[in-house]
Ligand binder design. Structure first.
Ligand SMILES: [Zn+2]
Length: 42
């Protein structure tokens, strides 16, 4: 795995594993859970 990446389960449903790279966080790229439609980051 590339250093700086983080993976976590969707905080809303816990079913979707979300992968965010350091770059995604730096630009605050949004993500959306495909299972429940939760949108982040938050
Ligand atoms: Zn979800």
């Amino acid at each position: 795995m590339e250093q700086g990446n983080v993976t976590f389960k969707c905080p809303a449903c816990g079913k979707e594993e979300i992968i965010r790279s350091k770059h995604d966080r730096q630009i605050a790229a949004p993500y959306k859970c495909s299972k429940c439609g939760f949108e982040g980051p938050n």
